[in-house]
Ligand binder design. Structure first.
Ligand code: ADP
Ligand code: MG
Ligand code: MG
Length: 211
């Protein structure tokens, strides 16, 4: 499919929840090194609540589902990442323009609005060793692929590769936002947990839309 409808959105959320569950201990270990060892638990709690809420969601409106997801994450995740991931989904919702089926450009624009919300809320810049370091290059790669006439599936595959590279590039960085920034230079040499979960989010989108 080259559009994102309610089924694809649900597939995205379920796939992300499954990868978070699978990677929970890894995310926690990364956060133990430069934070407070709760990122895996935080994200797992949040995505479990999101998937639970899918079962009772009555609407087939993508904007409503994105809003519900954002609100669930804000309520259930806690920590720095809860409001930030929550904001990402909350900001995506109005950017869908109320469409039932999002074409590639609309989905890319919605993701971009989500990232802008994360940046507005967290004030992180590229290179601050946060989730933005995975998300920003991913969305740039998506825009470039779509601009070059590629399919949404191909664009999201490129986005996922760029997110993985951005995640890996956080390793040598000194954190300038969040708990890891308290460590100063000692945060260098460790992969950022939030960039790691954000790369899973983009990979899940690529899986959900795969041809
Ligand atoms: P907490 O640090 O409150 O325990 P988590 O462990 O769940 O929250 O999430 C930590 C992750 O949140 C970090 O690895 C980083 O990617 C992300 N993060 C923290 N602060 C910011 C910020 N201001 N902007 C963007 N991302 C941030
Ligand atoms: Mg933490
Ligand atoms: Mg915490």
């Amino acid at each position: 499919v080259d559009v994102v409808d309610i089924t694809a959105l649900q597939r995205w959320l379920r796939t992300f929840a499954a990868s978070v569950a699978e990677q929970r201990d890894h995310l926690t270990a990364l956060d133990a090194a430069i934070g407070d060892a709760d990122h895996g638990a935080n994200m797992h709690r949040g995505m479990t609540a999101v998937v639970d809420a899918l079962a009772t969601a009555s609407s087939d409106d993508p904007a409503a589902l994105l809003k519900q997801t954002g609100m669930t994450l804000v309520k259930s995740v806690g920590g720095a990442s809860g409001p930030l991931y929550g904001t990402l989904f909350l900001r995506m919702a109005p950017a869908t323009g109320g469409a039932t089926t999002l074409d590639a450009e609309t989905f890319a624009k919605a993701l971009r609005a989500g990232l802008e919300g994360v940046v507005a809320r967290g004030k992180a810049e590229l290179g601050d060793k946060t989730m933005v370091d995975a998300l920003a290059p991913a969305l740039d790669a998506l825009d470039a692929a779509l601009g070059g006439g590629e399919s949404l599936a191909a664009g999201l595959r490129a986005a996922s590769a760029a997110a993985d590279e951005g995640r890996d590039a956080t390793i040598p960085l000194v954190a300038r936002k969040g708990r890891a920034s308290y460590l100063g230079e000692r945060s260098a040499g460790h992969q950022d947990p939030g960039a790691t979960s954000a790369a899973l989010l983009v990979a899940a989108a690529a899986d959900a839309v795969a041809e």
